[in-house]
Design a binder for this molecule. Structure first.
Ligand code: HEC
Length: 316
């Protein structure tokens, strides 16, 4: 009798250990890739390019080697007008995202469609490629899949870039890297939750929205508004530029730091930006010595802020 408690204890321990071993052994056999990538996941992967945190290709996380997202309004080969569509241009040598390198991560149906109908297996990093997203029915289910436009339509990266005006080029991949590098995620999340969040921040993402994405950058500790759908409630580029240059220009009590240094050296006209003069004028404004704050410089197309805003305004 004296050992009864020990026997029960030993059995319970056995059950607990056995149970955790089962979980450890069984979990990896669950096929995570049975989740089909959604259209959101495909567009994220193609606009972001390979990895957006630390990568050997970009050790200082500056957003180099990223694809360009373009809005096509005419066929880049024939020049014929067409319904505006988004395409993702990878100039030669631009690393492909894991969605192209490891199509298995897309889920079985999206993988089949992308490989067979989209011919993504023929894409070659060293020669570059252009991709877009299309839809098809696979075993009764309507799925989005990736199309290799270089293999199917003969679209070459340089040719597509040359056919698109500057305002239709979006540096979303570089912008997302800057979002990680500038640590916007300390304050902002990219993950509305299934609570009252819905009403203001919009719908939470779906499981398949994350296939092949890394890092997700959804943050953890929210001190500021969720940004997953920010461009749906505020799509003003002008507001964004003022807010990034100095958030107090548009939100007097904002705790967000200013990101004026992302304007880099020169403005859109190639004139050097005089930050000291700007701040002096701003201080005068705060002290009531000026009626209007100084104007925010128009960013140079190559500046980092242009790319960050491209990313933020892509969050719809
Ligand atoms: C110290 C915390 C903090 C950091 C870091 C921060 N923000 Fe903010 N951000 C805020 C707060 C607070 C607000 C809400 C008040 C306001 O609009 O300024 C805000 C507002 C915004 C908005 C407007 C949101 C809306 O609902 O309209 C955007 C866009 C934004 N931030 C982007 C960024 C980006 C991009 C970065 C990184 C480059 C960043 N923020 C870094 C705190 C932060």
């Amino acid at each position: 009798m004296a050992f009864r408690e020990y026997k029960i204890g030993t059995r319970l321990f056995g059950v607990a250990l056995g149970g955790s071993m089962m979980i450890t052994l069984y979990f990896p056999t669950i096929d995570m890739t049975s989740v089909q990538a959604t259209e959101v996941a495909l567009r994220k992967a193609l606009s972001a390019g390979r990895q957006n945190g630390f990568a050997y290709e970009d050790p200082f996380v500056t957003g180099e080697g990223k694809p360009v997202t373009v809005v096509l309004r005419k066929d880049p080969v024939t020049g014929e007008k067409m319904e505006p569509m988004e395409a993702y241009v990878f100039p030669p040598g631009t690393p492909f995202p894991s969605a192209i390198r490891h199509p298995r991560t897309l889920g079985s149906g999206v993988k089949e469609l992308s490989l067979q109908q989209g011919r993504i297996g023929e894409a070659d990093e060293s020669r570059g490629a252009v991709f877009y997203v299309d839809h098809a029915t696979y075993q009764g289910e309507k799925l989005a899949y990736i199309v290799n436009a270089t293999a199917i339509k003969g679209w070459q990266p340089e040719q597509v870039l040359a056919s698109v005006p500057e305002e239709d080029k979006k540096y979303i991949g570089t912008g997302k890297t800057l979002f990680v590098r500038e640590q916007c995620w300390w304050c902002h999340t990219l993950l509305p939750e299934q609570t009252q969040d819905w009403q203001y921040f919009g719908v939470p993402p779906r499981l398949g929205d994350f296939n092949s994405e890394g890092p997700t950058a959804f943050g953890s500790d929210r001190k500021a508004p969720d940004l997953l759908h920010v461009a749906s409630r505020n799509s003003s580029r002008e507001w964004m530029l003022m807010h990034f240059f100095n958030p107090r220009l548009v939100q007097p009590h904002s705790i967000m730091p200013r990101f004026d240094y992302l304007w880099d050296e020169v403005d859109a006209n190639g004139n050097k930006i005089d930050y000291a003069a700007w701040r002096k004028a701003y201080e005068e404004y705060e002290e009531g010595k000026r009626i209007y704050p100084p104007e925010v410089p128009e960013p140079h197309p190559d500046s980092r802020i242009r790319k960050l805003v491209d990313f933020i305004l892509s969050l719809k």
